[in-house]
Design a protein around this ligand. Structure first.
Ligand code: 5GP
Length: 184
């Protein structure tokens, strides 16, 4: 078996990364989605397995144990990708923000870095409001999106505009196919 391909899906809040990744996993059963740890409180209506929700103490202990592939602080909360416990025999999908994406790319230059952009700032605002983020949170995330998009577009191997889900998934599957074939 080849080394697993690491596919990093990054993009500002409200770009629709979660929906895109869910659809991707339905299309490609050779992919495994890493479940991140976070110190953020669970949103109302958010599924229990969206993250492993932990305290800052638990998070810091795992950092001490070198248990993360990458981690970062994002808008006041800690987020990290745990190292897989065992070889899972599948390619790995990480849905993470840019700082983490850069850490992964530095350690694994062969990783495929995908940056997802929302179709427009207005649509992004609508998606953020719809999932129940507070007004200040939405404003904070939209402000952060400007610099994230500049940086992400420059850094990524592939940039996908998430306006039409089916087209976006097809583009992502194509990019993964190419990356797999280059892995040799
Ligand atoms: P949210 O609070 O909206 O769930 O996530 C905030 C941001 O953190 C999103 O851009 C999300 O992709 C990112 N994120 C989620 N898990 C991780 C992780 O394990 N590591 C890093 N670096 N970012 C993460």
């Amino acid at each position: 078996m080849n080394e697993p391909l690491i596919i990093v899906v990054s993009g500002p809040g409200g770009a629709g990364k979660g929906t895109l990744v869910d659809a991707l996993l339905e299309h490609d059963t050779a992919l495994w989605l890493s479940r991140s740890w976070t110190t953020r409180v669970q949103r109302e209506g958010e599924s229990d397995d969206a993250y492993v929700f932990v305290s800052r103490d638990q998070f810091h202990r795992r950092i001490g144990d070198k248990g993360f592939l990458e981690w970062t602080e994002f808008l006041g909360n800690l987020y990290g990708s745990p190292l897989p416990d065992a070889d899972i025999g599948k390619d790995i999908v990480l849905e993470i923000e840019l700082h983490g994406a850069k850490q992964v790319k530095a350690q694994h230059p062969e990783a495929l870095l995908v940056f997802v952009r929302p179709p427009s700032r207005e649509e992004q605002r609508r998606r953020l409001q719809e999932r129940g983020d507070s007004f200040s949170h939405v404003t904070q995330r939209l402000k952060k999106a400007e610099s994230e998009e500049r940086e992400g577009t420059a850094l990524a191997d592939v940039v996908i505009v998430n306006d039409d889900l089916e087209r976006a998934v097809a583009e992502l599957l194509l990019a993964i196919g190419v990356a797999r074939s280059l892995r040799g």
